[in-house]
Structures are given as structure tokens and as C-alpha cells.
Design a protein around this ligand. Structure first.
Ligand code: G6P
Length: 611
């Protein structure tokens, strides 16, 4: 992962770089650093362990002014989080590099460079790049020529930016497997891992493509493609307001994003619903024709997005009769897959840059699938650009590392997909479709009502603050909801949380249940309710404390060791979307009680661009 920012301007760039890094902290935050070239021609750097705020403080005490700079916020892969391993990495005093990704042949390169006399000061794979570049510059003195030669020797993934004291009028950047975007200013230009980092300085961007190398100067930009040919890439003008990424009145981004769900779900639905049916063309012009041919669906995703895919399987098989398989991308990409012809390959991703999901898509494109569809929140992401069909979730920037609004909007998008496939295939009864379209229209209001449970959930959260283990149970499409609830709790409160299909309880986890292990369950009023109630009895009989989020008509009441929190009534097929919200609130309040870093939990990152 890691985040990169670079700037070349007439003005001092250090504040621009720091602001950019803060906006990129979602990509990693175990250390941060900056290298700046000043007017005296010196290349100086500052690096700190921990978050960007520590680096900002260091620069406050010892400023590094200059017109040219690169900066980095790190999520450690090779080498522990330490100042020595923090980027930028230097070769001598003349050359600095920042890198996002993994260089797989770093061992071999390191040995070669050590034999040439280079002394390494870090454990990182990145340091090999800067020494290799230094060595290559002896033969090819132009920085662009040297970088082109160097990338030919790198195996793995990189988004990188380089500056040289000897050539202080340019930043060189290269992309292969990790995202990079050039920001265009007036008499100044920028580079970053994500446009979000640069929204305070520009609204015009050029996305580098795989294999591109860019020579960024104050007044010009030159891009070469992987074949070494000069290319023009399209400029994208951004319109959405930069404030979307502000925290506003909320104490944490996560809480803000939970409370945004009614509004963003409304946006996911916008332009996609007719009076009684889903507009299939919303998936792209070829969707009508392609969807009619779909006989099977393969969903691939990671983390929270994988849980959304698991819910979709219940919907797809029940409503359309189309067989559906769901798999985590890191497994899918490394096994031999038997591909059914006429199978639609669906990826789900908030960021659209998750390395494993992207790699799975790239493999799938040559594996005989009918077509690929991306369900994604970032319209300019690699996943979107490389898929045949796209449905954007339109949730707006999600900053909290624990995904909330991205998940619920993914679910809405997947239900739209289900309805669209059912209609295109003729396997969904039009009356059922009309009923679900009406239920979807009512969903933003239902979500608003469920947020009214916040205080009740906050009270219940006290039960968890001192606990070390919890169990989440669900049946049917609520099982992935339980998995998502457990993931949220472990991510931000560091309490061990496991999810089980409620019927599996007696096949093992029941042995763990005692008064120290709260059991959380979601109980909408559906066909499985009676079976779930029996499972809950099994827990009570072992002294387990139950927390049940239940439909008010479910007939469940508070009792000794049983805490029932009532959830507004909802169409049973939409229950996974609604019941997710109290579980988000629960993990949020437990984390606040425990005093953890809610928006940036330890060891995690928002966008996982390494495998
Ligand atoms: C990371 C994030 C999760 C996210 C997962 C997949 O682990 O912390 O919140 O669910 O990556 O990311 P994607 O962007 O592909 O949905």
C-alpha cells in the first residue's frame, strides 16, 4: 500500500506535501517522510515513525522549504516500521525515491548492488531501486533514460516517484501495478497515489496507465508508455466538492460515514430505477444483450467487499435461479478455476485498486468468461477502467479504514444486479421485481429509522468493553452480515470476534460459550426465525450473554442474559442491508469505549495495493 505525493512549483511545496500525505493516510500510517530540494541545490529529508502528524511537527521545528519534493506515508511490507525504513530512500546525497508496491527480485538486486559497493541503510525492497538508478545514471545521465532502464529490471509492483539534486527541474514517476495520478496546476504540477491527495491544489488529473513513465516539470508533462512511445493521456476534470472528505461535526470519519448511509444509498439508486423495474442499461450499453446470456455468476472480492458478495449469492440464487459462486480474490487467483461458458465475472471493491482483486480480474479476462463487471466506488480506478461493465456505488470518499457506507451501497448495487439479471434472463417474476423496486425506494427512509437506534446500541456496547472474545451468529443471508459485524468489531476494537452460521454452533463453537463471551445475533422476521430462536436457547442454556438485534415482530424479549435491541421492520430480502447498521454502530461504540484509533486501527490500511 503506502501513499505517495510529489510536487514541483515556484512556491514552497512542503505544506502541499504534508496535506497530501494526511489525505493518503488511509493507505498506511506507520511512518512518513519527505525529501525536498531547496534553492541552494541541497536535497534534504525528514522522516518520522508514526503518523503524518509526527512528521508535520518535525517540519514545524525544523522546516524544509523548497520548490521540489516527494513524500510518502508507509504501510510496512519489507522491514519493520522504523525511521531507517521510512521513505524517501536516498542513494548518496543526490537521489531520492518514494515507492508503493513490492519489488519481488529485491534480494538479487541487493546482492548485485552490494557487490558494486552500495551500502544499504534500510531493510526495504525500495532502497534497491534508488541505488540501481544511481548506478544506471553513470551510464545514462538523463533521469528519464535511466529510469526507463531501471524499471526494465524490476519485477513486482510499483508506483514510484524520483527526484535528483542534479536535475532539480523535474520529477520522474513510473507506474506498474500501483496507482499514480498526475495533478495539473498552473505553472506547477504534482504526482500522487490518489487524486484525493491533491484536491486542495488542483481539480485536473491525468491517470498514468500500466507501464507509463512520466517526466513532470513545472510547465510541461511528458508521458511514455510501456513500449517507450510518447503518449497523450486524457485529462479528467473533477467536479465533486473537496469537502466530501471532511469530518464535519462528527467525532470520527467512521461515524460520519455510518450516518451518511441514507443519503448515499439514495445516490446509488439514482438513475437506476424505473417505475417498477431496474434499468438494465445502467450497467453499460452492452448489458442488456450480455445479461440475457448469463448462466452463472462468479464473484471475487476481498474483506468487506467479499462479505457483500456472499450476501449477493443468496439473492441471485433465490431470485433469479442463476448459480453463483463467491471467493476471496487472493485464493481465486492462485487456483485452477473451471470456467463455465456464459459465466459473468463480477468484482466488488470499494477502492478499485485492491491488488488481489485486480489481478483476479486480469486473469479472468483471458479465461473464457462471458464478460467482467465491476461494482466499485471509485470511477477512475484501475478495476473500473479494466472491466467490460461497471456499476458505480457512488458512496463518495470513504476515509474510515473500517468500511461502512461502501458496504451498504455495494449491497444495494448487488441487489440491482440481481434484479437486472433476473429480468434479462426472464427468470424473475415482474410482480416480485416491482415489489423489490418499491422496497429499494423506501430503503433510505428505513436506514434513517435504523440510525435512530444509535443510543440504544451505545448502551449495549458497555457489555463488550472488557471482553476478549465474542461470537456473531446469523442464518441465511444474515450469516455474511454476522461475518461483517465480527470483522468490524475485530478491526477497530481489537476484540477477537468470530462469525458462525447459527446452525453450526453445536458443531464446535458452543464449547467456548460462557458468561465471558457475548454472543451477538441478528434476527429479522423471516422464515429462519424459529430455527434461530432454538440456537439462541442453546447459548442461554450454557450461561452465554445474548445480544439480539431483532425485528419488533420477532417475539423476542429482554430477559436474564438476553438483551434485545429492536430493529424497524423491513422487507425480508433487504434485511441484510438494514441489519448491518446496528452492527456498525456496535463496533464503533465499543471502539470508542476502549479508546482505540477508530479511523486508523493498528496494522491495517484502507487500500491494499499489495498482495
Ligand atoms: C482493506 C480494507 C477493507 C476492505 C478491503 C478490500 O482490507 O481495510 O475495508 O474491505 O481492503 O478493499 P476494496 O477496496 O477492494 O473493497
Amino acid at each position: 500500500m503506502c501513499g505517495i505525493v510529489g510536487a514541483i512549483a515556484e512556491r514552497n511545496v512542503s505544506a502541499i506535501l504534508i496535506e497530501g500525505l494526511k489525505r493518503l493516510e488511509y493507505r498506511g500510517y506507520d511512518s512518513a517522510g519527505v525529501a525536498i530540494c531547496n534553492l541552494a541545490g541541497e536535497l534534504r529529508r525528514s522522516r518520522r515513525i508514526g503518523k503524518v502528524a509526527a512528521l508535520e511537527q518535525a517540519l514545524g521545528e525544523e522546516p524544509l522549504p523548497g520548490h521540489l519534493g516527494i513524500a510518502h506515508t508507509r504501510w510496512a511490507t519489507h522491514g519493520v516500521p522504523s525511521e531507517a525504513n521510512a521513505h524517501p530512500h536516498f542513494s548518496g546525497e543526490s537521489l531520492a525515491v518514494v515507492h508503493n508496491g513490492i519489488i519481488e527480485n529485491h534480494d538479487e538486486l541487493r546482492q548485485r548492488l552490494e557487490r558494486l559497493g552500495y551500502v544499504f541503510t534500510s531493510q526495504t525492497d525500495t532502497e534497491t531501486i534508488v541505488h540501481l538508478l544511481h548506478h544506471t545514471l553513470k551510464r545514462l545521465p538523463d533521469l528519464a533514460d535511466a529510469l526507463k532502464a531501471v524499471v526494465g529490471e524490476l519485477h513486482g509492483a510499483y508506483g514510484l516517484a524520483v527526484i535528483s539534486r542534479a536535475q532539480p527541474d523535474r520529477i520522474l514517476a513510473a507506474r506498474s501495478g500501483s496507482p499514480l495520478v498526475v495533478g495539473l496546476g498552473l505553472g506547477e504540477n504534482f504526482i500522487a497515489s490518489d487524486p484525493l491527495a491533491l484536491r486542495q491544489v488542483t481539480d485536473r488529473f491525468i491517470y498514468l496507465e500500466e507501464g507509463d513513465i512520466a517526466d513532470i516539470r513545472r510547465d510541461s508533462l511528458q508521458i511514455w508508455n510501456a513500449a517507450g512511445t510518447t503518449v497523450q493521456r486524457e485529462t479528467v476534470q473533477f467536479h465533486e466538492s473537496a469537502e466530501a472528505a471532511e469530518k464535519g461535526e462528527y467525532r470520527h470519519y467512521m461515524l460520519k460515514e455510518i450516518f451518511e448511509q441514507p443519503r448515499v444509498v439514495q445516490r446509488t439508486l439514482e438513475g437506476r430505477l424505473g417505475a417498477t423495474q431496474v434499468l438494465v442499461a445502467a450497467f453499460g450499453p452492452q448489458a442488456v444483450e450480455l445479461f440475457a446470456r448469463v448462466r452463472q455468476v462468479q464473484i471475487v472480492a476481498c474483506g468487506t467487499s467479499y462479505h457483500a458478495g456472499m450476501v449477493a449469492r443468496y439473492w441471485l440464487e433465490e431470485l433469479t435461479g442463476i448459480p453463483c459462486q463467491v471467493e476471496v480474490a487472493s485464493e481465486f487467483r492462485y487456483r485452477t478455476v473451471a470456467v463455465h461458458p456464459d459465466s459473468l465475472f463480477v468484482t466488488i471493491s470499494q477502492s478499485g485498486e485492491t491488488a488481489d482483486t485486480l489481478a483476479a480480474l486480469r486473469d479472468a479476462r483471458s479465461s473464457g468468461y462471458l464478460a467482467s463487471l465491476a461494482i466499485c466506488n471509485v470511477g477512475t480506478s484501475s478495476l473500473v477502467r479494466e472491466s467490460d461493465l461497471v456499476l458505480l456505488t457512488n458512496a463518495g470518499p470513504e476515509i474510515g479504514v473500517a468500511s461502512t457506507k461502501a458496504f451498504t451501497t455495494q449491497l444495494v448495487a448487488l441487489l440491482l444486479l440481481t434484479l437486472a439479471l433476473g429480468r434479462a434472463r426472464g427468470t424473475l417474476d415482474p410482480a416480485r421485481e416491482a415489489e423489490l423496486v418499491a422496497a429499494l425506494r423506501a430503503l433510505p427512509g428505513d436506514l434513517q429509522a435504523v440510525l435512530g437506534m444509535d443510543k440504544a446500541v451505545e448502551q449495549i456496547s458497555a457489555l463488550f468493553a472488557e471482553k476478549h472474545h465474542t461470537l456473531f451468529l446469523g442464518r441465511g443471508a444474515q450469516y455474511p452480515v454476522a461475518m461483517e459485524g465480527a470483522l468490524k468489531l475485530k478491526e477497530i476494537s481489537y476484540i477477537h470476534a468470530e462469525a458462525y452460521p447459527a446452525g453450526e454452533l453445536k458443531h464446535g463453537p458452543l464449547a467456548l460459550v460462557d458468561s465471558d463471551m457475548p454472543v451477538v445475533t441478528v434476527a429479522p422476521n423471516n422464515a429462519l426465525l424459529e430455527k434461530l430462536k432454538s440456537n439462541l436457547q442453546e447459548v442461554r442454556a450454557r450461561g452465554g450473554q445474548l445480544v439480539v438485534f431483532a425485528d419488533r415482530e420477532a417475539g423476542l424479549e429482554n430477559g436474564e442474559g438476553v438483551h434485545v435491541v429492536q430493529v424497524p421492520h423491513i422487507h425480508p430480502l433487504l434485511a441484510p442491508i438494514l441489519y448491518t447498521v446496528p452492527l456498525q454502530l456496535l463496533s464503533y461504540h465499543v471502539a470508542v469505549l476502549k479508546g482505540t484509533d477508530v479511523d486508523q486501527p493498528r496494522n491495517l490500511a484502507k487500500s491494499v495495493t499489495v498482495e
